[in-house]
Design a protein around this ligand. Structure first.
Ligand SMILES: Cc1cc2nc3c(=O)[nH]c(=O)nc-3n(C[C@H](O)[C@H](O)[C@H](O)COP(=O)(O)O)c2cc1C
Length: 309
């Protein structure tokens, strides 16, 4: 049974990838699962300089999922290259480095420096970050890079120019029409789209009458968002020709296959890993069983196969 798939000339041994922010930098999980069995790892998003993230509480459980407002907490590029990448390079799986910033030039510099390193197969742009430059004067409303097609197009185009590595563009679901950023990313030269990051949400403690997250709002993840993510993957697949990486509430082969039928070539698993680290390897085995049962030779036979009567 061949589970391999290829996108942007990168071979993945199977479709299952650990999602950004839920698998650390791989090392955290080395005792828990056989990391080399999975198709790849997306690192926690890194920024150019160390970033402390948002104040606690910044995680809470909600019905069918969780909220997080971790922010961009990370040790910055230099520490990543010195410490985390050294471990990641030794693992026989594809390493995708997620990058984030609040200014275009930060993304460009990150892409340029990462392109000089061995052992990285692609860069994923986390566009769910406030674009500080475009903050309207005095307004608390800051558009995220993924929420405005012009800002997104300009960023992806410039990053593509500076990077020797394939660029996966991770879109925010916090938009009215996902097809617009999807098309803008493709026009700008993105090699693949990752859909979705977390929808903005909140929860309230009625005894204290306060929000459960210090930063009031946060991103919702887990089973609660699967139908939204599926819908967005399907809509994006109708308008772009580049491969799509599906993510959002996936915890079983059935979930993953739903995403494949809607057009996803690769699958990322995030929140489910917190509950069950083996979910990553279990889903690979379950997909293999499904393919055998249905006499299919490759996961490719499922991608985009949704029948609409
Ligand atoms: C605690 C936590 C931290 C996350 N950090 C990042 C991050 O640094 N960069 C990013 O692009 N996405 C981040 N995400 C979003 C996930 O990669 C994923 O897109 C989202 O959670 C939906 O998938 P899931 O329902 O399988 O978790 C984070 C999610 C969680 C729950």
């Amino acid at each position: 049974m061949k589970l391999e798939v290829e996108i942007a000339e990168i071979k993945f041994k199977n479709q299952i990838i650990a999602a950004s922010g839920t698998f650390g930098y791989g090392e955290e999980y080395k005792e828990l699962i056989d990391i080399e069995k999975i198709g790849g790892i997306v690192t926690k998003s890194i920024t150019l300089k160390p970033t402390s993230g948002n104040p606690p509480p910044r995680i809470c459980e909600v019905e069918s999922g969780m909220l997080n407002s971790i922010g961009l907490q990370n040790e910055g590029l230099a520490s990543f290259l010195r410490e985390k990448l050294t471990f990641l390079k030794k693992i026989n799986t594809n390493i995708i480095v997620s990058i984030a910033g609040v200014k275009e030039k930060e993304y460009i510099e990150l892409a340029r420096q990462l392109s000089r390193e061995d052992g990285i197969c692609a860069i994923e742009l986390n566009l769910s970050c406030p674009n500080i430059k475009d903050k309207a004067g005095g307004s608390s409303q800051v558009l995220h890079f993924g929420q405005d097609e012009k800002i997104l197009y300009s960023l992806v185009k410039k990053v593509k120019k500076e990077s020797k590595l394939p660029i996966f563009v991770k879109l925010t679901p916090n938009v009215t029409d996902i097809t617009l950023p999807a098309k803008a990313a493709e026009r700008a030269g993105a090699d693949a789209l990752t859909l979705i990051n977390t929808p903005l949400a909140m929860a309230v403690d009625i005894e204290e009458k306060i929000p459960k997250l210090k930063s009031v709002t946060g991103g919702l993840s887990g089973p609660a968002i699967k139908p939204i993510a599926l819908r967005m993957v399907w809509q994006a697949a109708q308008v772009v020709n580049i491969p799509i990486i599906g993510v959002g509430g996936i915890a079983s082969a059935e979930d993953a296959i739903e995403f494949m039928l809607c057009g996803a070539t690769l699958i990322q698993i995030g929140t489910a890993v917190f509950l069950e680290p083996e979910v990553l390897t279990r889903v690979i085995e379950e997909i293999e069983k499904y393919l055998k049962k249905h006499n299919l030779n490759s996961p490719r036979d499922l991608i985009g196969g949704l029948i609409i009567k």
